[in-house]
Design a protein around this ligand. Structure first.
Ligand SMILES: [Cu+2]
Length: 175
């Protein structure tokens, strides 16, 4: 009698554990699929909080004097973890994935604080992108031209599942 009650309970516990394990595998599978399928950059509505006169600011910037910093994404960090830019100075920021999985460069505050020039990728370039997410496959690098406009401190993170929880976040300062 006791055995007949205990066994179903144990089965229930194992079934629960099995579901939890499947959920974890599903999350990992989604992350892996992002790496294989060629994750895409995401763009927003240019009117939604982005710098309005970006075109003019980019056109009048002193591009021959642009600074050319690099940020490297890997498991699970941005290096350097703090990026500092000066308002009004043109930059060509190289964003490089030095890791083994797809990573994302995402900072809503930063994207809305800059006048973007071009986002240059191996498959082409986008002028004045209203950025939401920059995706980088392993070994891939992209270059973002921009002029910082709005001073402040902005959070940077990778939006791949669990990457930010594993420490993949940083800070962007515009002074
Ligand atoms: Cu990541």
């Amino acid at each position: 009698m006791e055995g007949r009650t205990v066994i179903p309970i144990e089965r229930g516990v194992f079934a629960q554990a099995g579901k939890a394990a499947l959920a974890v595998l599903a999350v990992l599978a989604v992350g892996g699929a992002g790496g294989c399928a060629g994750a895409q950059d995401v763009f927003g509505d240019p009117g939604a909080g982005y710098v309005g006169d970006a075109r003019e600011r980019v056109a009048s910037a002193d591009w021959p004097r642009a600074e050319t910093p690099t940020v490297v994404l890997s498991e699970y960090a941005f290096s350097p973890g703090t990026l500092t830019f000066r308002a009004g100075t043109p930059y060509r920021l190289r964003i490089e994935n030095g890791g083994d999985s797809t990573h994302f460069f995402v900072s809503d505050g930063f994207f809305k604080a800059i006048a973007p020039g071009r986002l240059i990728t191996r498959s082409g370039e986008t002028a004045q992108p209203a950025l939401k997410s920059i995706a980088l496959a392993p070994g891939e690098a992209k270059t973002l031209e921009f002029v910082p406009v709005r001073t402040g401190a902005y959070e940077l993170e990778c939006t791949a599942p669990l990457h930010a929880a594993f420490g993949m976040h940083g800070t962007i300062l515009i002074r």
